[in-house]
Design a protein around this ligand. Sequence first.
Ligand code: UDP
Length: 411
Amino acid sequence: MANIKDYSSIVGQAVIDELFLLADKLKGKVIQNVNSTAVGGGVAEILSRMINLLRQLGVDARWDVIKGDEKFFNITKKMHNALHGVDVEVSLKELMYFQEVNRQNAKEMDLCGDILFIHDPQPIALVEQKETLGKKWVWRCHIDFTTPKEEVMAFLKLYIEKYDSAVFSAPAFARKLSIPQVLISPSIDPLSDKNRELPQEVINSVLDRFGIDRTRPIVTQISRFDYLKDPIGVIEVYKRVKKHIDCQLVLAGGGATDDPEGAKVLEDVKNAAADDPDIHVLLLPPASDIEINALQRASSVILQKSLKEGFGLTVAEGLWKAKPVIASAVGGIPLQIAHKYSGILTHSIDGTVHYLKQLLYEPGYAQRLALNGKEHIKNNFLITRHIRDYLLLFLSLYHEDDIVGLNEMGL
Ligand code: UDP
């Protein structure tokens, strides 16, 4: 694990010094994170890096994962889809079961944190314990809230408004709420195995292992197998581009323990890929960070053709590696890409086909976009900025009516 001091070579010593100063003001406070999976997806990705770095800064940060059976995660996936605007019904009985599993978890967990930092809808109902436990409660929402199904949203709101504040990833997700809302974008860790520099031999050996040809262009989308990532749309794009350019497509991803839909999506993807030897559908086991890093670094163009997206860490990961990224203009993605400056934003299969051809035909232009993208990620979406935002948020919970006080503390 990287040492927090090593980040100074990327972001400067002053940034690290400030983190230590802020962290010092949280001495004695326990920050307890709770989410629903230890592996798979962006939330686990961030927590697995963040907790260790916070501890190095002297903050007592912890991470617990709620337990649930298949029925629970089927319900939470339905809720997840409904919150992303997909037309699915979640019955009252299902919502009651959701609540029951949350109550069971609350009984079994040691909710000892001074700040309970609850991630996403799955464990949201733990906040029922606030009445008896007190403490500070923050709900961290990582999902795309632009067009939620109102019934599920209304149910969730009953819990959200019990929190002391809510954190969203992009301004577009702000809701009418009776509690304060904070905007904090996610981030990537430039020193993790997923993002650090890799020797060319490592990249080559990963490509060889997966049978990918190093001499022809590689177009890649890394994502959990989820309909909202539109892998079938990506295959359609590839097939149309392939008529003009002899490229290969890599669709790589694994599952998440809180996402039971993955197997079905993977089967559909394999069917759509049929027997085209230039489509590489790779089911990656957890902890495939070096493989993902290598696949991203070997790519000519990276796609993220999501239909909905909370933030899209894979966009930041691609740009950080100075790769041209074409991504849908949804959720948090436009925060990361300024169209035709630091990447390409698209709204359709046609648009994605058009720009993919252009970037493959014009590598010089693609490289300019990629370098601008890397600079943008460096300035805005690295984990050090994210830690600073969280530390300020935690401190603000103890100074709700005291903005002057915060100023006096030099914050
Ligand atoms: N990821 C991974 N293995 C996979 C698929 C994805 O480690 O098989 C990582 C990916 O590199 C990124 C994160 O999981 O760091 C996905 O975050 P993102 O915000 O793109 O999407 P989410 O899965 O949270 O919807």
